[in-house]
Design a protein around this ligand. Structure first.
Ligand code: SF4
Length: 415
């Protein structure tokens, strides 16, 4: 590997990390720097990713790889052994130094660290853990740390990662075992599942200990997450939704992130060269939200897919579900339970809470609902109010055209 300065390494290893989507740092408890000597310039933008917490707070992380060299050859990965990319490797001290420098200059609130497999999984994990250890123990770093863990690394090293990190993640990579066997034959789906199960057990154990002893050590307090690549294999949206729901149920994941596959230079011949539409990733995220926040069972979300198991791209999955199950509508906003209100296309969780709070005092009219929503035109066919009853709308064959968002002509010379 050629000798590179820190700046050149940062350019290579930040760029290499951008393919990993699993780094939003939602759900963490803010570390308190009171009583300690906690330490928040380089070229701003290089390696800094912005992630959004559920409360809408935008946080910035230094998102880098320890190295983009890897002994494995996963077909979808730009860093795979057979790829022709420029390689670089940070030392653990360099990552620590960079993180502290960025943090002190208020460029970042934390670190997301992943790596190609250097010599062996355990050796790589040891290096990743050493960065986190040094930040926490040698430098009293109170910022956010997200570490990528490696399923077949020594379990003791993975446990140590959980002790230093706020969040840990293990990528399932592909939604089906067939896809994994074809595109990443050196990875083992059962081993990945086992590592997630162990992580869940360690997080639960630490949670129990924290309830009993104030001094119990924290263990990945922001939980574990994973990433699935969308569109690199033949998996349908139905399969992706099914896989995500299994992961949430079995391993208590905080988040499943979806990353639309982007064709890479010198791609392996087994890969599709076609980039899936970005809207597909967006629709899968919306389907994920329906399961997590709108009370939809996985099979209900899956029933919004077409005969090929794909979600429509032109309308959101909630609207697709409502159009398929029209006999569930109209929903009476003055009497319906919360779970039915959440199924109305165009009504978000906040609007539903406001409807429930307002209807305690008076019967709501269409105008009242209009004030709580972005588009009453989308909501109107699916609700009944004190002054509105859509008698025939749900039977109309042109309902989809009426409620689907209109296509917009992009302006050629728009700024
Ligand atoms: S192990 Fe990770 S870094 Fe290595 S080729 Fe596979 S996906 Fe890429």
């Amino acid at each position: 590997m050629p000798q590179l300065d820190l700046q050149a390494k940062l350019a290579i290893l930040a760029d290499a990390a951008k393919y990993d989507a699993s780094c939003a740092s939602s759900g963490s408890v803010k570390r308190d720097s009171k009583g300690g000597q906690g330490v928040g310039s380089t070229d701003r933008g290089m390696g800094i990713c912005h992630a959004y917490a559920p409360d809408g707070r935008c946080i910035s992380l230094l998102k880098i790889l320890l190295t983009n060299s890897c002994i494995l050859d996963c077909a979808y990965c730009i860093n795979r052994k057979s790829s022709n990319v420029r390689r670089a490797r940070f030392t653990t001290e360099e990552v620590v130094r960079l993180t502290l420098a960025f943090y002190k200059r208020n460029y970042i609130e934390g670190l997301f660290l992943s790596s190609g497999i250097i010599r062996s999984s355990s050796y790589t994990m040891e290096q990743i853990v050493e960065v986190a250890r040094s930040l926490r123990e040698d430098h009293d770093f109170r910022g956010y740390i997200h570490l990528k863990t490696i399923p077949d690394a020594d379990p003791e090293l993975v446990r140590q990662a959980g002790l230093y990190a706020d969040r840990v993640s293990i990528n399932v990579e592909l939604p089906t075992e067939t896809g994994l066997a074809k595109l990443a034959p050196e990875k083992d789906a059962a081993q990945i599942a086992g590592a997630m199960r162990d992580m869940k057990a360690s997080i639960a154990e630490a949670g129990d200990a924290a309830k009993r002893f104030k001094s119990a050590p924290k263990f990945a307090p922001a939980g574990q997450s994973t990433q699935m690549i969308v569109g690199a294999d033949a998996a349908s949206d139905r399969e992706i939704v099914g896989k995500a729901s299994t992961l949430y149920d079995r391993f208590g994941l905080r988040r499943v992130y979806y990353s639309a596959f982007s064709p890479i230079p010198d791609a392996s011949a087994v890969l599709s060269l076609k980039r899936p539409p970005l809207m597909r990733e967006h629709r899968i995220y919306q389907a994920d939200w329906l399961m997590r926040f709108y009370g939809f069972a996985p099979h209900e979300v899956q029933s919004a897919t077409d005969e090929h198991g794909m979600l429509p791209l032109d309308i959101d999955p909630k609207l697709a579900w409502a159009l398929k199950f029209r006999d569930s509508f109209p929903v009476d906003v003055n009497r319906a339970p919360k779970e039915m209100l959440l199924r109305v296309p165009g009504l978000g969780t906040k609007a539903v809470d406001r409807i429930i709070a307002s209807r305690r005092w008076r019967r709501l009219r269409l105008g009242d609902v209009a004030r709580l929503t972005v588009s009453i035109a989308k909501v109107r066919p699916f609700i009944a109010t004190a002054d509105w009853q859509p008698t025939l709308l749900t039977d109309r064959t042109d309902l989809r055209t009426l409620v689907a968002p209109r296509r917009q002509q992009l302006e050629l010379f728009a700024a």
